[in-house]
Design a binder for this molecule. Structure first.
Ligand code: S3P
Length: 171
């Protein structure tokens, strides 16, 4: 088995639900880097973006990622923009098996439209913003060890697929 399983991918692709189920299934601890950032800063991600700005958030995110990846036997769900920094992507690769979850922009929009905790999608036209961000981040998301489109799949199906990819990579 790998030291850790690291889930990357855009907001709304299912990292939290898949990660929680996968962790239970393989007996690893589930860790969500956004929650650790919120605990570290004693404020929500939305508040951090509003009061301290995105560059500050990205600094804290990298530090928290570095700390988390010192440990093993975890399923780590990372924020959608964590792949933007080279150093984060390198740390992911070194620390375990990296799975990027994807979904079509319309599917992501449907999943996040009623949520209020995604500061980057608080715009006039969130669907257009999702398309833009997905396109600019595509080369970074593609660097994962496995990429799985969750658009039409149940959480259980995605978990099974991840376990198959890991088994295949491990042999
Ligand atoms: C972000 C995604 C969010 C959170 C922050 C920035 C991004 O995490 O880290 O709002 O840049 O895509 P989730 O992908 O868990 O929603």
């Amino acid at each position: 088995m790998f030291k850790n399983i690291i889930l990357t991918g855009f907001m709304g692709v299912g990292k939290t639900s898949v990660g929680t189920g996968l962790a239970k299934d393989v007996g690893y601890q589930f860790v969500d880097t956004d929650l650790l950032i919120e605990a570290d800063q004693k404020m929500s991600v939305t508040e951090i973006f509003a009061t301290k700005g995105e560059p500050f958030f990205r600094q804290v995110e990298s530090r928290v990622i570095g700390e988390v990846l010192q440990r093993e036997s975890q399923v780590v769900s990372t924020g959608g923009g964590a792949v933007l920094r080279d150093s984060n992507r390198e740390a992911f690769k070194k620390a375990g098996f990296v799975v990027c979850l994807t979904a079509r922009p319309e599917v992501i929009f449907e999943r996040v439209r009623h949520e209020t905790h995604r500061p980057l999608l608080r715009t006039e036209d969130p669907l257009a913003k999702i398309g833009e961000l997905l396109e600019s981040r595509a080369p970074f998301y593609a660097q994962a060890d496995a990429v799985i489109d969750t658009s039409e799949k149940s959480v259980e199906a995605v978990i099974t697929e991840i376990k198959e990819k890991i088994r295949y990579a491990y042999c």
